[in-house]
Design a protein around this ligand. Structure first.
Ligand code: GLN
Length: 188
């Protein structure tokens, strides 16, 4: 059975766990450093507040270990704040976190007022998919080796680079499990 670790220090992690379990995967929560001693085959970086998550990762002593695992090829699915944690560049923020994904990301890119919306977008390998954006970032530019999976209104909202899949929207809130299914296939 595939065992997926979900970063559970802040944000929308429970919804990811529910979706993964409905697909037959086992989930564990990463809340503190000792949780990282368990074995797992994949990692979810959920939505939430990237500044809070980034700060907690460092304070809890989880940052270096997770960064090493991501660099070593652990399959990662990152959503929204998780995308911000992975990005090598943030265009409107001084902070950098794992910086393992060669893309440039704009935080709160749709503005504070109109920041949350729903749309049906087209996603490579999946087709039409219901996308929930919540104070979302988007991707302003990508390195040539990054695979663009989805664009909405001319902005990149989903990418894949080696073991890292990152989305600006929230597939765990869509009621449509195809993104998580795709991720679990990658783990197998
Ligand atoms: N606005 C949040 C941030 O910048 C991300 C929002 C989300 O994860 N839904 O960290």
């Amino acid at each position: 059975m595939r065992r997926v670790a979900v970063l559970a220090v802040q944000g929308a992690f429970i919804e990811h766990e529910k979706m993964l379990r409905s697909l037959g995967a086992e989930t564990i929560e990463l809340r503190k450093k000792s949780d990282l001693e368990q074995e797992f085959d994949g990692l979810i970086l959920p939505g939430g507040e990237s500044t809070v998550q980034g700060k907690l990762l460092r304070e809890l002593g989880m940052y270096d270990i997770l960064k090493e695992k991501i660099e070593a090829g652990l399959p990662v699915l990152a959503t929204c704040a998780g995308l911000i944690l992975l990005a090598q560049e943030l265009t409107n923020d001084e902070n950098r976190y794992f910086a393992t994904l060669p893309v440039s990301v704009k935080r709160n890119a749709y503005g504070r007022q109109l920041g949350s919306f729903h749309c049906d977008g087209s996603m490579k390998g999946i087709g039409v998919y219901p996308m929930e954006f919540i104070r979302a970032p988007y991707i302003e530019s990508v390195s040539p080796e990054v695979d663009v999976l989805a664009e909405v209104d001319g902005h990149i909202v989903a990418v894949k680079y080696k073991n890292q899949t990152a989305l600006a929207f929230h597939p765990e809130l869509s009621g449509d499990a195809r993104v998580h299914e795709m991720f679990l296939r990658q783990i197998r």
